[in-house]
Design a protein around this ligand. Structure first.
Ligand code: FAD
Length: 305
């Protein structure tokens, strides 16, 4: 049943008419539990509250699968606006973005132009930028662009997904770039030809890549809500004397907030991924796909209205 629901919500996440409807009607149907608002001003207020609780942030102007140049340029402008707000408001925050919102499906030249605009502003204000990882069909292109950017900028990192068979060799391949990587299980629907179909294997591979990347001496963001993975990381860093300054935990806004605060109190860097903007529909559907309890929570909210 869980798998059927997961597939259903992942299917909905790519539905273009529903995406348009969601943009038109705003943050409804419980999405505000996972999305910090539609404007940068609303996001800034949420980030301030999180920072007060000792939580660091990575902020994401929502958008993906952009198919025209103007929209890609507008998305880049929103990212620059977010970086400027981080600087102006002195927030403890970084930026996350998706390559398809910068024009990945249009041309590499467009993506590079938008990324350089963003990274130049980010560098000026000492803000770190993480390139989220999207579906498998964009993985190689994203990594190729990341490698090019990493030779020009220090303030850029990306994400690898434990569910992909290729990820172990990607960790090896990227090793000498000394990348700051966020490691995740993976959120898209991928076929068994490219990704472990069994959750148990994904978890084992997740542990393997966390260990590889940390022991390579590179900065590691362990992005998960899974206590088993969090406890594994804590044991690993203790065993190998890895300092707290070489890794951090990350979780999504609205998911396990009490656990986020607890990890911060324990002295770990805990970073919350805070999405905002009008294009919240695909992100919201992937959160529902991850966990049936999220669907129940949202339904309760809708019924109460
Ligand atoms: P799951 O297997 O979903 O959950 C494991 C356990 O965690 C559950 O059994 C439960 O015990 C606990 N748990 C989970 N949710 C809850 C909850 N709501 N309440 C209480 N307990 C809960 N994916 C990408 O593909 N690309 C990206 O760039 C990307 N960036 C991300 C950035 C961040 C900061 C995070 C946290 C995730 C990101 N993801 C990304 C999503 C990721 O790939 C997973 O889909 C998502 O994190 C769910 O996997 P999980 O590791 O939390 O474990």
């Amino acid at each position: 049943m869980e798998q059927v629901m997961r597939n259903f919500f992942l299917f909905l996440s790519k539905n273009k008419p529903l995406t348009r409807l969601a943009k038109k009607y705003g943050l409804r149907f419980g999405a505000s539990r996972f999305v910090a608002g539609e404007t940068i001003e609303q996001a800034v207020e949420v980030i301030k509250q999180l920072n007060k609780k000792g939580l660091a942030v990575t902020v994401d102007y929502l958008g993906e699968f952009v198919d025209n140049e103007q929209e890609a340029n507008d998305m880049a402008d929103h990212c620059i606006e977010a970086i400027e707000a981080i600087h102006r408001e002195k927030l403890d925050a970084q930026l996350s973005l998706k390559m398809t919102s910068m024009g990945l499906d249009i041309s590499e030249e467009l993506v590079m132009r938008n990324m350089r605009r963003i990274l130049d502003t980010a560098k000026l204000h000492d803000v770190f930028v993480t390139i989220d990882m999207e579906d498998y069909s964009r993985c190689q292109k994203t990594l190729d662009i990341f490698k090019r950017l990493k030779t020009e900028y220090d303030n850029v990192g990306t994400v690898l997904q434990a569910y992909l068979y290729r990820t172990v060799s990607d960790i090896e391949d990227l090793k000498n770039y000394h990348p700051n990587l966020r490691l995740v299980k993976g959120a898209y629907k991928e076929p068994p030809e490219v990704a472990f179909p069994d959750k148990k294997d994904v978890d084992e591979n997740f542990k393997k890549i966390i260990k590889m990347h940390l022991l390579n001496g590179n900065y590691t963001a362990v992005a998960t809500h899974d206590d088993a993975i969090i406890e594994y990381t804590k044991r690993l860093v203790k065993e190998y004397n890895i300092p707290n300054s070489q890794f951090e935990f990350q979780m999504l806004y609205g998911i396990r907030p009490e656990r986020q605060e607890q990890l911060a109190r324990e002295g770990y860097t805990m970073r919350v991924y805070v999405p905002y903007g009008t294009d919240w529909y695909g992100y919201f559907m992937r959160r529902l796909a991850e966990r049936p309890a999220n669907v129940a929570f949202v339904l309760k909210g809708v019924l109460r209205k």
